[in-house]
Design a protein around this ligand. Sequence first.
Ligand code: SAM
Length: 570
Amino acid sequence: MAIHGSRNIPPRAFEGAVQTVLDSYEHPLNGASGVPASLDGLIRTEAELAALAGALGAESVGGLKNDELRLLASAPAVPHVLVDEVNDRIRAREDPLGDAFCAIRTAPTRRASGAVYTPKAIVTAMVDWAASAGAPARVVEPGAGSGRFLMEAARRFPQAELVAVENDPLASLMARANLAVLGKGEQSRVMLADFRNAKLAVIDGRTLYIGNPPYVRHHLIEPQWKDWLKRQARQLGLKASALAGLHVYFFLAIARWAKAGDYGALISAAEWLDVNYGQLVRDLFLNRLGGQSVVVVEPRAEPFPGTATTGAITTFTVNAAPATARFIRVSNLNKLGNLADGRPISRKQLAAETRWSHFTRTPTDTPAGYVELGELCRVHRGQVTGANRVWIAGPESEALPESVLFPTVTRARELIQSGPALTNAASLRRVIDLPVDLSVFSDETRAAIDRFLEWARSMGASESYVATHRKAWWSVRLREPAPILATYMARRPPAFVLNDAGARHLNIAHGLYPREQLTRETLAALVTHLRQSASIRGGRVYAGGLTKFEPREMERIPVPEPATLDAARL
Ligand SMILES: C[S@@+](CC[C@H](N)C(=O)[O-])C[C@H]1O[C@@H](n2cnc3c(N)ncnc32)[C@H](O)[C@@H]1O
């Protein structure tokens, strides 16, 4: 069987590597008569993926960086038939490289860099919108991954220059390969760079910014980038929050670098529509970016496969100040249609409100005066300890100081039995939550903690998956007390309880955290409403009749607006 390697890279770097692999070469396709319909399992490792990208001509799209060359240099050989098959599929508008990447690299690893690739129906709808708004001289895909948007743009805008900006060398190699197969090598530029400071050339014609910026939570963003966000926002006279996720940085970078008349369509998590840190994106939408429309894509349509997240597709024309912007919501990707459709909402009304997702609802979705619970409160799972037998206080932890013992809801029945309010923290078990830095304790306390940790280690508590992924294995990091707690898995509707006891919660409960300050009375009225009206309808029923509400499902329960709650109470 013929073997393909990545041949056009510096030979000295590559020869040795190929030889080693050829000597011990094993691949499921060796000796097979053809390639099966599904490529699952045929591209097995990231090294093979890099090899395929090389064999498909990744190097023909100029400007490879050392990190990419290194991947190619250590790439194994891949069977000829596989290269040919993948080549055919790319030409047939598939993205087998991107699909293989998402299968090989685990979801938690990809999540850290926001690498969740976009379903084809969304890519097509967004490029359709762009085509309806004119032909660009250049198309930029920020956070390009395998270049799904550029591949579609290559077909729709044959004259346009195509620019991918991506900071993961394996992904940039895939983008190069895809563009090479489509014959766009000469017209394309793939930049292995951080989009926030990528140096895009200034051009005469219009640039289309299109893609799916990475969703990475603020905890993983370095302080110097948070400073960058604030500085760049200030240049536009706007404020930024340090709690913003990475997608907000991409919106801002585009607003900073784009020029009047440039345009774009971005899909991102929908939370910027409602949360405080989203104010920057809302401000950009109304001012510099020239927002045209927002299409909310519900989680059941899986805009971000495997994540149960709501998506929002935002279209814009830089510096345009349309009198209205269109808002719409879809629950099925087949209904994506024209992204410029939707209910027109005036800029004035948008400027006056700090929560926008309700504009995407038609009156039949949620009764008048109602909003989704998620608009009022974020729903968060409780903490996972990794070893409850160790971290729930017992005889071994008696010598620990009170300051590290937190009354915590550790069993669903504690909520089910408490009635509408949990008032007595003393009846709860306590969870041990030590700080990362143990040097803050006196010598005597520290000695007691060390004795406890020695026991915890002997119980395997330092080796659980959860513990090994914590900043310090001994630091459980409980969430702050949630004003409302709820069970989420039972043969009955969730039990919503006002948390007057200030209890923490483990992952047998969800915590409801108001997005904005709500008085205790309003919270109590919300709990009363939820207790009366919540049914098992919005959850997922499992075998045996258990109903489970994921946090996002709970956020979709309709509840009266705070003003209505208060009026009812009074
Ligand atoms: C949501 S994925 C989208 C991939 C592709 N555009 C698509 O829609 O299928 C986001 C991509 O951004 C990349 N990324 C993350 N941080 C980045 C950064 N600071 N600069 C450039 N790319 C980044 C990730 O590696 C990932 O490939």
